[in-house]
Write a protein that binds this ligand. Structure first.
Ligand SMILES: Nc1ncnc2c1ncn2[C@@H]1O[C@H](COP(=O)(O)OP(=O)(O)OP(=O)(O)O)[C@@H](O)[C@H]1O
Length: 260
């Protein structure tokens, strides 16, 4: 069971000897095996929150637990996989060699981790094992970075706008693939996104944040059946959840426009 718990977390950064509050007392629970989305305006602390869970940053105050463990311990046990917006692959290595990188860094296979060949199949890159990143499209490069994040069989998958740089059609396809991979691997996933439709399509729960300082506005349960299918994008139910997220994001601004 890998529940993620964020309890009264505050994160301050020092900029020019000034303290800036990036996260102001956020408490959130991400149930084991769930898919959650974080959405909010630029600077509301979405990436910071993911980095705190991944132990790339430490909170100023408050507590984070990943499957009951402090993030540093969960990271040492290879329980956390991270996919960034930029695939950040090593250009001189092939697809297979990039995917194997975490194994080399960890000093060999961990337990019964998935075989790289199986991961390549899982992310739909069979036949491209020996290609170099420059020979791949942006979407294919992100598939490699997802496979790399899954190499050590993490229980948690953190996704920071993984498809933000892709065109709309590729992005929608990749999202479908990501949902399939998430269901096959049973990880607890958190996705940072700027797109309302993407948040609703992917997540069980959408957490809406506001900026300056970064804080939680509300959490919206997305009660749409799984597996999610493209046809759902056109249903009134989908529209209802999109509107709920939009209202939380824009609040009074939206009411002012509606009222003329
Ligand atoms: N390493 C850092 N040093 C100083 N300030 C930082 C650092 N990382 C983030 N911040 C500040 O923290 C706040 C939140 O940043 P963060 O990147 O988490 O926001 P975000 O919601 O992910 O934004 P975006 O949607 O633009 O990526 C911003 O005000 C940012 O300037």
């Amino acid at each position: 069971m890998t529940e993620i718990l964020i309890d009264h977390v505050v994160k301050d950064f020092e900029i020019d000897r000034r303290s800036v509050r990036a996260i102001d007392d956020i408490s959130l629970t991400f149930p084991s095996g769930s898919f959650s989305a974080l959405i909010g305006p630029s600077g509301c602390g979405k990436s910071t929150l993911l980095r705190l869970v991944a132990d790339i940053l430490a909170p100023t105050t408050g507590t984070i637990r990943v499957g009951g463990l402090p993030p540093g311990e969960a990271r040492l046990r290879h329980e956390i996989g991270f996919v960034f917006q930029d695939a950040s692959l090593l250009p001189w290595r092939t697809v297979l060699e990039n995917i194997q990188l975490p194994l080399e860094v960890a000093g060999g296979p961990i337990g019964d981790g998935p075989r790289p060949e199986n991961l390549i199949r899982l992310v739909g890159l069979s036949g491209f094992e020996n290609a170099k990143p420059a020979q791949l499209s942006g979407g294919m490069q992100q598939r490699v970075s997802i496979a790399r994040a899954l190499t050590l069989r993490p229980k948690v998958l953190l996704l920071d706008e993984p498809f933000g740089a892709l065109d709309e059609i590729t992005r929608q396809r990749m999202n479908m693939e990501l949902l399939r991979i998430w269901q096959e691997t049973g990880t607890t996933a958190i996705l940072v996104t700027h797109t309302i439709g993407e948040a609703v399509f992917m997540a069980d729960r959408v957490h809406v944040l506001a900026a300056h300082p970064g804080r939680l506005v509300t959490s919206i349960e997305v009660d749409l059946p799984r597996p999610r299918e493209l046809a759902m994008l056109q249903t009134p139910a989908f529209n209802h959840f999109e509107n709920a997220v939009r209202a939380a994001l824009f609040g009074d601004e939206l009411k002012a426009v509606a009222g003329g």
